[in-house]
Design a protein around this ligand. Structure first.
Ligand code: FDA
Length: 380
């Protein structure tokens, strides 16, 4: 095998490892199950309109980690996009996260920050956070019944396909409420979208003579030469696929939520005037609608003025071959994960990383940051 390192998975974690290793003079093979590189950050032009669509859900880059920011800027520049979200509750649009603008619009008032704080405190008094029995009571204890029922209860219930009374209070420790008019979604030092798109960025990371990429190649497919049994003990492996799959689910399958996306090209120039509109009400089955052209206002002269691409997002529990998106983290999952971590200790020269390999939700900057650490501390 003419390779010094095998990387399983070409998401941001795998590509960061591959890029660093290639730069250090190692020969790297990256195998990827899908027909494209990039993992869940992959994007492509919708064929009818040319509008860049994030295939696995909207991806907004943000970080306060200077090392990561310096690193990612080697492969792409970023636009000055700043993420903002709105929410359509009972056919009225409010700014998100809940802030003084949302509160004043909701109560048709002109409260000062202190007046709004006092009002929410009074409304929240219905339950006590310490003794709340479930998500419903805890949510009310955090922000009061009116705001909780309008903006959080059913939205979260739709995400979890479970009524708010049946959801555990553990899924929430705080609910975001701002007592000013700031509706910037992220508060990181750096934020933006890759100027030429995610796929161009990911391709530049992989573009090195020492890197060989093999698409549509599954680590567990014994008919391809870089399969699990063939490489064991032969070459170091960085594995970014699901940790339970690696061990053939011997300690049980870890549970995930998945998303279904319903994409549509509409014959209108502008559908909703903003990139993301949430739908927090129980009678609307989806959680939000993305309108991709608004992620890149600077491309206005390249995108059609009479068409737009929207994507409705539905959330549910993953089963079978569904894409695993968000770890659920039940007590069973936590004990299963600990058991898998024990098993990993016997896997000589196999390094588990990324969101699937560690069963953690990681933002892109976290996946890149943890790959840089793994490279510097373990592999370099
Ligand atoms: P990732 O899942 O990207 O890559 C793993 C790769 O391994 C996949 O390509 C997979 O096909 C491959 N693989 C798995 N098993 C294999 C096998 N047996 N053989 C070969 N290949 C195999 N982050 C952020 O910063 N801002 C945002 O706005 C968002 N938005 C967002 C929306 C949604 C819906 C999700 C689910 C996630 C986000 N993220 C995000 C998070 C972001 O997607 C995440 O940080 C990266 O995908 C992490 O990269 P990884 O390389 O760890 O995994």
């Amino acid at each position: 095998m003419d390779t010094d390192l095998l990387v399983v998975g070409s998401g941001f974690f795998g590509l960061t490892i591959a890029e660093r290793a290639a730069n250090a003079g190692r020969k790297v093979t990256v195998i990827e199950r899908r027909h494209h590189i990039g993992g869940n950050a992959y994007s492509e032009a919708e064929p009818e309109t040319g509008i860049e669509v994030h295939r696995y859900g909207a991806h907004l880059f943000h970080t306060s980690n200077e090392t990561v920011w310096e690193y990612v800027n080697r492969f792409t520049t970023f636009t000055n996009y700043v993420h903002k979200v709105y929410t359509n509750h009972k056919n009225q649009v409010f700014p998100m996260p809940v802030n003084l603008g949302t509160i004043n619009q909701f109560f048709q008032a002109a409260y000062s920050p202190d007046e709004a704080r006092a009002l929410i405190k009074e409304q929240a008094g219905e339950f006590d956070v310490a003794t709340a029995q479930n998500f419903y009571e805890k949510g009310i204890a955090l922000v009061g019944r009116p705001l909780f029922e309008a903006f959080f209860a059913h939205y979260t219930a739709k995400q979890w396909q479970t009524s708010p009374e049946k959801l555990s209070g553990d899924i929430v420790s705080r609910l975001p409420v701002r007592y000013n008019y700031d509706n910037r979604y992220f508060n990181d030092t750096h934020e933006g979208l890759p100027t030429d798109g995610y796929t161009a960025w990911l391709e530049r990371m992989a573009d090195h003579p020492n890197i060989t990429i093999k698409l549509e190649t599954d680590f567990f497919d014994a008919s391809q030469p870089f399969n699990k049994a063939a490489v064991a003990g032969q070459i170091p492996v960085v594995y970014t696929g699901p940790v339970d799959r690696y061990f053939d689910y011997s300690e049980g399958a870890l549970s995930w939520r998945t998303l279904d996306f319903e994409q549509e090209v509409l014959q209108v120039g502008d559908f909703q005037g903003t990139p993301v509109m949430n739908y927090p009400d129980a009678d609307v089955p989806f959680t939000r609608i993305h309108e991709f052209k608004h992620f890149h206002p600077e491309r206005a002269d390249q995108y059609p003025t009479d068409k737009t691409v929207i994507m409705r997002e539905f959330s549910r529990f993953a089963e079978g071959n569904d894409e695993p998106y968000y770890p659920i983290n039940t007590p069973d999952d936590r004990s299963g994960l600990l058991a898998y971590r024990e098993l990993q200790k016997d896997e000589k020269d196999v390094h588990f990383g990324g969101r699937l390999g560690t069963y953690q939700y990681l933002d892109m900057h976290m996946a890149i940051g943890s790959a840089l650490s793994m490279w510097n501390n373990k592999l370099a």
